[in-house]
Design a protein. Structure first.
Length: 256
């Protein structure tokens, strides 16, 4: 489904008889499918910037591996997305060491979280919609509880957040390894394991430990207060190495 308005016309004419507006949350056309033969789920990968709904269909494009790129001393993420064909009692994703011509990127540099969903029942703007929105990053080492489930529901898309912290001094090149996906079928159906190729491209330069340029952005807090039915006066200072946060008044916040 594409975002925006979809017009339905009478066959052979330009006469419109229906129009459907789809929130951008339901846009499709992104992501690439991965091979997971013999597994009780389909797998695909997507950029970290995408918020993926539980109902998202499998992408048509394919790729041989999950891939992310970063400089030395930088943190970047990518999403591994699973859609089970049957109920799974538990699922766990772990990374191994990644090896390249320039050396090894240790498994300890890779953190993997399950993406949690927050039910949104109050639509705040024209971009939003009432649905379960991906928001939280849940540890795979906690659970199972209602807030930190370990299993997957049949046909429900679930992303895993793969975050790579490239150490200082890492030489440029492509580092290759595996993401091991282990799952246990519900109802005593047995276990299954598969390895999904994982690549980290490290650029041939390193980011400084302290950023030398500042960024700024505006935040209209009045809209937030209106939605949560409260007024909060806030003044705080973040680490002086990175900047300050100043609330100018109850309607506008300037951060620099």
């Amino acid at each position: 489904m594409a975002c925006g308005s979809t017009r339905y016309l009478e066959k052979g004419t330009s006469s419109e008889f229906a129009r459907v507006d789809a929130p951008s949350f339901y846009t499709s056309g992104y992501g690439k499918r991965l091979k997971a033969p013999g597994m009780p789920f389909s797998a695909w990968t997507a950029h970290a910037c995408w918020k993926i709904p539980k109902s998202h269909p499998l992408p048509e494009a394919e790729t041989p591996s999950v891939r992310v790129a970063a400089a030395a001393n930088e943190v970047e993420a990518v999403q591994l997305v699973l859609k089970p064909d049957e109920e799974l009692a538990s699922v766990r994703v772990v990374a191994g060491d990644l090896v390249g011509e320039a050396g090894t990127l240790p498994a300890s540099a890779v953190e993997i979280f399950r993406v949690g969903y927050v039910p949104v029942v109050r639509v705040m703007d024209s971009v939003g919609c009432a649905d379960d929105w991906p928001d939280t990053l849940l540890s795979q080492d906690v659970g199972p509880t209602a807030l930190t489930p370990t299993g997957l529901t049949t046909g429900e898309t679930t992303p895993y957040w793969v975050r790579v912290s490239v150490p200082k001094g890492t030489k440029g090149g492509v580092y290759r390894g595996k993401l091991k996906v282990s799952c246990v079928r519900a109802g005593g159906g047995g276990a299954a394991v598969c390895d999904i190729p994982f690549e980290v491209e490290v650029f041939g330069f390193e980011l400084p430990g302290r950023m030398t340029c500042r960024t700024s952005f505006g935040l209209f807090t009045g809209s937030i207060f209106k939605m949560v039915d409260c007024l909060i006066a806030v003044s705080c200072v973040i680490n002086s190495d990175y900047g300050r946060v100043i609330i100018c008044n109850c309607d506008f916040c300037y951060i620099f």
